[in-house]
Design a protein. Structure first.
Ligand SMILES: [Zn+2]
Length: 413
């Protein structure tokens, strides 16, 4: 009898321990905010206490958009192009959104929302946005080729509601919509805490275009900071009340023209110069000028969600929160050899090098990779013979235990 009681008691203890353990692991949540068209120098000039507060918890870094200048990854410093680089973790040579008209996105490169909806459709997704196309065209909600996904909550499209938000020459209506959107984001997140959400605010870019480097532009940055603060407070509240671990990433989609701060779209340093703020602890790659494409893999790391290996092979970004072994891959074809250089982190690890001469992924097909050799991560340099693989196109993937990198060689005739 005594023995039975002891067994029951032990079982109860085990159950209670398991329950406590479950309670300890907080649920992972992520939100990213795009504040349109603020070059890093402009942001650094203006007092932004809320962004400062977030970066105190994690970090602030200068970052870049525009791909690798002068190569096939070079990407216009245009809004929708930048948003899609963030969403897909790839540059324009893959995602194929070249301008704000979003003509022909290549949905074979999955966006963040599609990845997480596919991983677990019970995860809650939300968008709060001053531009409708972000949901309907870039995420491609309800579009078959984009995976026919549906976000759980959308608060957008107000730029088309000319009764509530009559359009005016000074674009004050956009400022009002940003207020409206950020207040709803605060309310909805406080109440529901979606697993992945996107806030997009536009007014800063409008003031940049109209007035360039000016008090108006700087005031708009201050207002955007207040709007971010609203959302940041909601996250802090949720972290206090619920067992949740939030990652917030705030960034911009492009810088501004050097001369007057008005336009953008080109490849000047100032147009490419962006920034990233996050509350999560970062790895040392974060301070090595990350790109907008690095945000997607970082958010997936935080959410502990992995894509398929085939998809991971295509991501141009590198996580700035998890430990990594390698970054900044550069390739060069010299005679019959491919020369590789990269930057290494942490302890020496084995790097396996794979090559494919096809690019069927682009059209929804499969590529066959051939292992051409291996190297030590700390060497930061290697070369491999490809004389048996004659081609004008090489897709290279470097794999280590912690992360992988990829790049193409396109030989121009
Ligand atoms: Zn923009």
């Amino acid at each position: 009898m005594k023995k039975t009681v002891l067994i029951i008691y032990s079982i109860l203890c085990l159950i209670s321990q398991t329950l406590t353990a479950q309670k300890i692991a907080p649920s992972k949540k992520a939100i990213f905010i795009i504040l349109d068209g603020i070059s890093s120098d402009a942001l650094e000039k203006v007092y932004t206490p809320n962004l400062d507060d977030i970066s105190k918890a994690g970090g602030y870094t200068r970052a870049y958009v525009g791909g690798e200048k002068g190569t096939h990854t070079e990407t216009p410093t245009i809004s929708a192009v930048g948003y899609n680089s963030l969403l897909t973790g790839t540059w324009v040579h893959k995602h194929n959104v070249w301008g704000n008209s979003i003509k022909n996105p290549n949905y074979n490169y999955w966006n963040l929302f599609r990845v997480i909806e596919n991983y677990d459709s019970t995860l809650q997704t939300a968008i709060y946005s001053t531009w409708l196309d972000n949901r309907t065209k870039l995420i491609g909600e309800g579009i078959k080729d984009a995976g026919n996904i549906k976000l759980d909550y959308a608060f957008d499209g107000f730029e088309h509601d000319t009764i509530r938000f009559p359009h005016d020459k000074g674009n004050a209506y956009i400022s009002k919509i940003d207020e409206h959107v950020s207040k709803e984001a605060e309310r909805h997140i406080t109440k529901n805490g979606p697993d992945l959400s996107w806030v997009y605010l536009e007014f800063t870019d409008d003031m940049g275009h109209m007035f360039g480097d000016s008090p108006q532009f700087h005031e708009a940055i201050k207002s955007a900071d207040k709007q971010v603060g609203r959302i940041w407070n909601a996250l802090k509240l949720r972290q206090e009340k619920f067992n949740e671990d939030w990652m917030i990433v705030v960034t911009t989609d492009h810088g501004r023209k050097k001369e007057d701060g008005k336009g953008h779209g080109g490849q000047s340093d100032r147009e490419r110069a962006t920034w990233i703020v996050t509350n999560q602890p970062t790895n040392s790659y974060f301070n090595n000028t990350p790109g907008v494409v690095d945000i997607m893999p970082s958010i997936l790391n935080h959410l502990k969600i992995e894509m398929s290996k085939v998809q991971t092979n295509e991501i141009d970004g590198t996580s700035f929160i998890n430990p990594i072994s390698i970054s900044n891959l550069h390739l060069q074809k010299v005679n019959k050899q491919i020369k590789l250089t990269w930057k290494s982190y942490g302890k020496n690890r084995k790097v396996k090098v794979y090559v494919s001469t096809t690019n069927n992924f682009k059209t929804g097909g499969k590529d066959t990779y051939k292992k051409v050799g291996s190297a030590n991560s700390s060497d930061e340099i290697a070369s491999f013979k490809v004389d048996k693989l004659p081609s004008e196109f090489y897709k290279i993937v470097l794999k280590t235990k912690l992360n992988s990198l990829n790049k193409w060689i396109v030989i121009e005739k």
